[in-house]
Design a binder for this molecule. Structure first.
Ligand SMILES: Cc1ncc(COP(=O)(O)O)c(C=O)c1O
Length: 440
């Protein structure tokens, strides 16, 4: 394979003063996420970012084709969000959210309610996608517990990814992420991701699980399983499963940590459903990628099940930085941008460009399958590759050498760019992928 012969970018060059580079200094004390440091010890030092561009310490630039794990959807260092946060920083930085409230939280709740599915009424704060899922699972379990029902099981989809805390690991498909902790995980029944071929069998299995009376909740990434390599499935099939769950008082939890805020072409992937989720998990582009924050939202009915004279029926979960005013301000600013004509038109434009690219690339002999929804487009190569194998690493290096930041998931190459990407930069991503395919 000719990719192997390509010269690798030297990511750890010394800077002009002759002192150690950031990449070298990094190696002394820092432990990176999802990394086997024996195999991958060097990390590219990014010193600045603007719009769709990342800049490294050598002055190289890269188009951020995955919006930094789907967070910076309005572009890096977005001026509107930055100005709002800066103003807030001089007013109120942080205050305990237990017993106190503040304008950024209230304002954010009002803006969010205007775009969430209509049945969502209450908002609970945390700091990242995983905690939003843990909270959703705990909420569902205690919802039944508070009503005197012992429902000890959760249903999840195979190959799901919901995060790395224990509740989130429990409902994720088994992998290198959660394998070592298998003995400590919650009680989860798994069903295959539904498709036209397996649906009757999936429905049978699902119905038998939910009719046992033991299941508290059904959790899913609606329409797109991000970490499973942007695998997409039909809203109608999911809708039917949620409908069955509801008949058996099983709560539906939509993990929209990845899909939320416009990526699927609608505000939320759940907007494609008739049967709305009871609980939703939101994070990543919630704050436009500026500060970490997550939300778990739920219906009035769920909230009401925690109201009682008995203090023990309350939801005793809390994080120190809950509703941090800077985070709330970023959420409000992000929503202002999301609902703007400019961003909505961009979403349509990117989606159309992706469709043209998909129609072309699916003919390529090295491409086995393609899929697209909103600003997400993915292609599977007709080549077997380990998720963290050498060939995948070579592809990643090739993209970086060509000024495009894409992180293949095994043999899947996907693009999920910031909404502000221009057609020219999109074409650059597409042509770089085509160039990579010609070298395979
Ligand atoms: C659908 C989904 N849920 C949860 C998470 C976990 O989010 P975080 O990494 O912020 O903990 C992710 C992360 O990729 C995700 O894609």
């Amino acid at each position: 394979m000719r990719l192997k012969k390509l010269e690798k970018r030297n990511l750890d060059t010394t800077n002009r003063k002759g002192s150690m580079t950031l990449s070298e200094r990094d190696q002394k004390h820092l432990w990176h996420p999802l990394t086997q440091h024996k195999l991958h010890s060097k990390h590219l030092a990014v010193t600045a970012a603007k719009g769709v561009w990342l800049y490294d310490e050598e002055g190289n630039s890269y188009i951020d084709g995955i919006a930094s794990w789907y967070t910076c959807m309005y572009g890096h260092c977005n001026e509107y969000i930055t100005q709002k946060i800066t103003a807030q920083l001089f007013k109120l930085d942080q205050v305990v959210f237990s017993g106190f409230t503040h304008e950024p939280a209230v304002k954010m709740s009002e803006k969010l309610m205007a775009i969430l599915p209509v049945n969502q009424q209450k908002i609970f704060f945390s700091d990242n996608g995983s905690t939003s899922v843990d909270i959703a699972v705990k909420m569902a379990l205690q919802y039944h517990f508070n009503q005197g029902e012992k429902r000890l099981k959760i249903i999840a989809l195979e190959h799901a990814f919901h995060g790395d805390t224990f509740g989130a690991m429990s409902v994720s498909g088994l992998s290198v992420y959660n394998g070592p902790f298998e003995d400590f995980l919650l009680n989860v029944d798994r069903i295959a991701v539904p498709n036209q071929d397996n649906f009757e069998a999936v429905k049978r299995k699902f119905t038998s699980f939910v009719s046992s009376g033991e299941v508290a909740a059904f959790i899913f990434e609606p329409l797109v399983q991000g970490a499973a390599a942007m695998k997409m499935y039909d809203a109608k099939l999911l809708d039917e499963l949620i409908g069955i769950a509801k008949q058996h008082h099983v709560l539906a939890i939509a993990d929209e940590v990845m899909t939320g805020f416009g990526k699927t072409g609608k505000y939320f992937a759940s907007d494609y459903l008739q049967n709305l989720p009871d609980i939703m998990c939101l994070s990543k582009s919630l704050t436009g990628g500026v500060v970490p924050m997550a939300l778990t939202t739920c219906t009035q009915k769920i909230y009401d099940a925690f109201l009682a004279d008995d203090i023990g029926k309350g939801f005793f979960h809390g994080h120190t930085y809950s509703a941090n005013p800077l985070g709330c301000t970023a959420v409000s600013a992000g929503i202002d941008l999301l609902v703007s004509d400019e961003i909505q038109q961009n979403i349509q434009r990117i989606s159309k460009q992706h469709q043209l690219f998909e129609a072309k690339i699916k003919q390529h002999p090295k491409v086995k399958a393609t899929r697209q929804l909103g600003v997400i487009v993915a292609l599977d190569l007709a080549i077997e590759m380990d998720r963290y194998g050498a060939l995948r690493d070579q592809l990643f290096s090739f993209f970086m050498e060509n000024g495009v930041c894409l992180r293949p998931l095994g043999n899947t190459i996907y693009i999920l760019p910031p909404f502000v990407i221009s057609d020219v930069d999109l074409q650059k991503i597409y042509s770089t992928i085509e160039k990579a395919l010609s070298l395979l």
